[in-house]
Design a protein around this ligand. Structure first.
Ligand code: NDP
Length: 316
């Protein structure tokens, strides 16, 4: 049986703040956008607890509630939000072609990629067990809940140092759990954490697990694993922050648009434009620097405005 291909003017992939904000703007511009929600409808915010730093919510809001509000707002203006994961892309010719769930073909005149990024985790059972109960991959999002408490940050790169420095302004004490005998971060960030009195860097430590009855109460570590002086150490903490890197969800586009060495989509600075006409990238998939809901929403807005201008100037 011949497969039918649907054609749309504006296709949005991703359902975080970038995707839905693009949906609101594209809907209001009469582009009849179709949005595929992807593997994690609502995006990364649905894995955090309360969001207190998104402007407009003075009392905070849960990640799930905020994404539900954004979804409603986008659909109110005609954005067709659908379940489905973009599994392949062919951007070699216009119209651009996306495969959904390995079977459905959809072509589009303009494409907004808002597929986000995924924080890397260590892969421990306890990270799942204590998710939202002391385990977080975003200090800027969740650090506030650990004022005057003890926290640990895993990782020795720039992100880990930035998160540790940020948390040191809130928490009583910050431990950095670093598996090597040195930090990988830039010298300036190394100096900053080393000079901060309430940050202790635990070099050559790896995490074995977490403990606690009602949330995280401590971490089991192993020092100098595999060496003759290997030692197990427990440290009392209230929060466990992962900062071992993010993976942008850009794999299916890599043959067509330029990515940086980590996989973030390269856009013209200050804009969501990729090097392909009519293809825009918004939110964390193109942002190694800020990774905030509000910056993602802003870039989703910009992407929809760009898509509208592209379509009208090309009479599409
Ligand atoms: P990086 O890949 O630079 O660092 C990851 C860190 O996590 C490393 O210390 C690594 O250890 C550690 N790590 C990785 N996997 C594990 C694991 N399984 N167990 C324990 N530790 C682990 O990631 P970042 O997110 O820090 O940075 C990404 C890029 O973004 C970098 O290029 C960075 O410079 C840049 N960046 C720049 C900033 C700025 O300029 N202000 C801010 C933030 C990021 P190991 O060293 O042993 O591999």
């Amino acid at each position: 049986m011949e497969q039918t291909t649907e054609h749309v003017r504006c296709l949005i992939i991703g359902s975080g703040p970038a995707g839905f904000t693009a949906g609101i703007y594209a809907g209001r511009a009469n582009l009849s956008p179709v949005l595929y929600e992807g593997m994690q409808p609502g995006g990364q915010l649905t894995t955090t607890t309360d969001i207190e730093n998104f402007p407009g919510y003075p009392d905070g809001i849960s990640g799930n509630d905020m994404m539900e509000d954004l979804r409603k707002q986008a659909t109110r203006f005609g954005c067709d939000a659908r379940w489905g994961v973009a599994t392949a892309a062919d951007l070699s010719a216009k119209p651009y072609r996306i495969t959904i769930d390995g079977e459905k073909q959809i072509t589009c005149d303009s494409l907004i990629i808002a597929t986000g990024a995924t924080a890397k985790y260590l892969g421990l059972q306890d990270e799942v067990k204590y998710q939202g109960m002391g385990v977080s991959a975003c200090a800027t999002c969740d650090g506030f809940f650990y004022r005057k408490k003890k926290v640990a940050v895993v990782g020795g790169g720039d992100t880990a140092c930035e998160e540790a420095a940020y948390l040191s302004g809130l928490a009583e004490h910050v431990y950095m759990i670093v598996r090597k005998p040195f930090l990988r971060a830039s010298q300036i960030m190394q100096d900053r954490v080393q000079e901060t009195p309430n940050i202790t860097i635990l070099f050559e430590h790896e995490t074995l697990g977490l403990y606690g009855d009602n949330g995280v109460e401590g971490v089991h570590l192993i020092k100098r694993k595999g060496q003759s002086d290997e030692e197990k150490v427990d440290i009392a903490i209230d929060g466990f922050f992962l900062a071992i890197g993010h993976k942008p969800n850009s794999d299916i586009f890599k043959d067509y648009i330029e990515l940086d060495e980590t996989g973030y989509i390269r856009t013209t600075p200050g804009t969501p434009r990729t090097q392909l006409d009519g293809v825009f990238a918004a939110g964390d998939v193109a942002d190694p620097h800020y990774r905030q809901a509000v910056t993602a929403a802003g870039s989703g807005c910009a992407a929809a405005i760009e898509a509208e201008r592209y379509l009208s100037s090309n009479k599409l």
